[in-house]
Design a protein around this ligand. Structure first.
Ligand code: DAH
Length: 340
């Protein structure tokens, strides 16, 4: 009776091993039949109740069945492993003899694109493009711009100072100083470039960003000239009329000074993180060049006057493309950069 029980158990185990479709199913069969609490173990527990001859005979049969089923299980397990390996090789193979995909063409950074576009515009208006160093003297960055050492305006810009007393330029206005020395009056110059401030970084503040400085010096230059110039510039940049407002603004190197704000193009003035929920973005501070600045630049303010502006190039790019976090621009993230 135990023999037939054993035989039918072995038979059903053989069938189930053959029919198992996954390694998990196979393992379930192993546990049920050969496991510590499995069917074979159950039978061998009953051996003690048998006569010595029966015990020896059944014990032998039990062993045979156990060895046979273990071998069957092992073979089937290997089949699964081989199938898994084959599937992996099939899915992951690479034909090394195929030609490599061509290089992916790069794109210019959106800041570079906008900078080059504006350089073209200004050059066509007879304006000279100047470049200055990113490490500046304290004199060029501050003193020559009418910001003496004890002036509170120095605190307006958190400066990265170098151990040799120079600094990372906090604005492109220092190129005004270089421009006056190099070109003399009359002059029309712009200076695009990278500037640095020791700032807390958030969606609208970076320690590194880009500005485009402009300076025109001639006889009888007035606010009317400045306004005409600014409007032409903005119309070109945005390709349409944008809503602007002019507020008085204080900068030591201009008098009078203004803040030209543009209505936020990201939220259409509704308020968003870029415009700090005000609906307006400061884009174009400007003013008439302070007589002290002209004088320090070797230009006689009795004879010459001028206007200057400092366009926030980084802000401009954000407005144009609807970028709501300034940190993307310096991230080097190709997923971001490939969109331009
Ligand atoms: N240099 C100023 C800044 O970075 C911006 C600025 C304001 C530049 C007024 C100008 C100007 O030329 O006239 O905050």
């Amino acid at each position: 009776m135990v023999e037939s029980q054993l035989e039918s158990l072995a038979q059903s185990a053989r069938e189930r091993i053959g029919a198992a479709a996954t390694a998990e199913e196979l393992e379930a069969v192993r546990v049920e039949v050969l496991g510590r609490k499995g069917a074979l173990a159950e039978i061998s527990k009953g051996l003690g109740r048998l006569s010595p001859e029966d015990r020896a005979r059944i014990g032998k049969l039990l062993n045979l069945a156990k060895n046979e089923l273990e071998a069957l299980l092992e073979r089937r397990k290997q089949e699964f492993e081989e199938a898994a390996l084959r599937a992996k090789l099939e899915a992951e193979w690479v034909d090394l003899t195929l030609p490599a995909p061509g290089p992916r063409p790069g794109v210019l950074h959106p800041l570079t694109q906008i900078q080059e576009e504006l350089e073209d515009l200004f050059t066509s208006m007879g304006v000279v493009v100047l470049d200055g160093p990113e490490v500046e003297t304290e004199y060029n960055n501050f003193d020559a711009l009418n910001i003496p050492p004890d002036h509170p305006a120095r605190d307006m810009q958190d400066t990265f100072w170098l151990t040799d007393g120079n600094c990372l330029r906090t604005h492109t206005s220092c190129v005004q100083v270089r421009g006056m020395a190099k070109l003399g009056p009359p002059l029309r110059m712009i200076a695009p470039g990278r500037v640095f401030r020791n700032e807390e970084v958030d969606p609208s503040h970076e320690h590194t960003f880009y500005q485009l400085e402009g300076m025109m010096v001639d006889r009888n230059v007035s606010i009317a000239h400045m306004l005409y110039f600014m409007k032409t510039l903005l119309r070109h940049i945005f390709g349409r009329e944008v809503t602007v407002r002019l507020r008085p603004g204080y900068f030591p190197f201009v008098e009078p000074g203004f803040e030209l704000d543009v209505q936020c193009l990201i939220c259409d003035g509704q308020g968003c993180p870029v415009c700090k929920h005000s609906g307006w973005v400061e884009l174009l501070p400007c003013g008439l060049v302070h007589p002290n600045v002209l004088r320090m630049g070797g230009i006689d303010p009795e004879e010459w006057s001028g206007f200057a502006f400092g366009l926030g190039l980084t802000r401009l790019v954000m407005m144009r493309y609807g970028i709501d976090d300034i940190r993307y621009l310096q991230s080097g993230d190709l997923r971001f950069l490939r969109q331009f």
